[in-house]
Design a protein around this ligand. Structure first.
Ligand SMILES: C[S@@+](CC[C@H](N)C(=O)[O-])C[C@H]1O[C@@H](n2cnc3c(N)ncnc32)[C@H](O)[C@@H]1O
Length: 255
């Protein structure tokens, strides 16, 4: 428990500092770079990206879940670890006035920033709530779709986060998650290093273990939609470690 708290506090502080400094990077690799250009290389469609508030495009993600989620008008979407809200605003444009998007984030600075952007740009179908993925402030069975972008790797208890995602979905609802996984066990010094953890590296599970956590949480048809390698510097820049950015789709078991 103490270790979980240490990691979470470290992650929260790192992302609060990103907002304070308006810095534009979470990860030390191609996962994140400078705002818009990093977002396009992460898989965002430039024409969709142009239609969201640019303050929300901070290049903190590692994929583009809304580009492949086939979001329909009127759907209810929950964005786990919404950060400044880029994916939530993209989803809001797709669900329209009869739909709703709820972004959840545990860092108050992120939630305040995202709600400020929503107000400034007149988004009435998006709301950002302060809360943890492991205890989502969202009603059971209320969502058609849960998305997440480069966040679950930051959770010490990934099983709990996936069980919560499953709880808030309606039966048959879908999960689209972009995240970082590894192909081999990470060195202990990386797993224990707070900086590496907050940079989306230290908490990366091996691919099969990650997919198993999703299935164990109550999902079926768990599928990798796409994956691409990215490299991170380790040992103070002396070596490179290869990780993978994956986008996974799964469905909550139907009743
Ligand atoms: C790498 S950023 C990604 C932000 C956003 N998804 C994007 O692509 O722009 C990770 C975000 O997840 C949030 N986060 C990390 N762990 C969390 C948890 N356990 N519960 C809620 N939010 C969390 C952080 O506060 C941060 O805003």
């Amino acid at each position: 428990m103490e270790e979980e708290k240490r990691l979470k506090d470290g992650v929260r502080e790192a992302y609060a500092e990103i907002v304070r400094q308006q810095s534009q990077c979470c990860c030390s690799s191609s996962c994140c770079g400078a705002g818009g250009s990093a977002a396009v290389s992460a898989g965002y469609l430039p024409e969709e990206l142009q239609r969201v508030p640019q303050e929300a495009v901070m290049g903190l993600g590692c994929g583009s879940p809304t580009a492949v989620a086939e979001i329909k008008e009127g759907e209810v979407v929950v964005d786990l670890g919404a950060g400044p809200g880029v994916d939530a605003f993209l989803a809001a444009n797709k669900v329209g006035p009869n739909g709703k998007v709820i972004g959840v984030d545990m860092t108050a600075e992120m939630v305040d920033k995202a709600n400020g952007i929503a107000r400034t740009h007149g988004y009435s179908n998006v709301e950002f709530r302060l809360g943890e993925l492991e205890a989502l402030p969202v009603d059971t069975g209320s969502a058609d779709l849960v998305i997440s972008n480069c966040v679950i790797n930051l959770c010490p208890d990934k099983g709990k986060a996936f069980r919560e995602a499953c709880r808030v979905l309606r039966p048959g609802g879908r999960l689209i998650v972009a995240d970082i996984v590894s192909e081999k066990p990470l060195a202990a010094e990386l797993r224990e290093d707070l900086g590496a953890w907050a940079s989306c590296i230290g908490g990366a599970l091996e691919r099969q273990a990650y997919l198993a956590k999703i299935e164990e949480a109550g999902f079926e048809n768990v599928d990798i939609m796409s994956e691409r390698p990215f490299f991170v510097e380790v040992g103070g820049g002396k070596a490179m470690e290869q990780l993978m950015s994956v986008t996974v789709k799964a469905y909550k078991l139907a009743l």
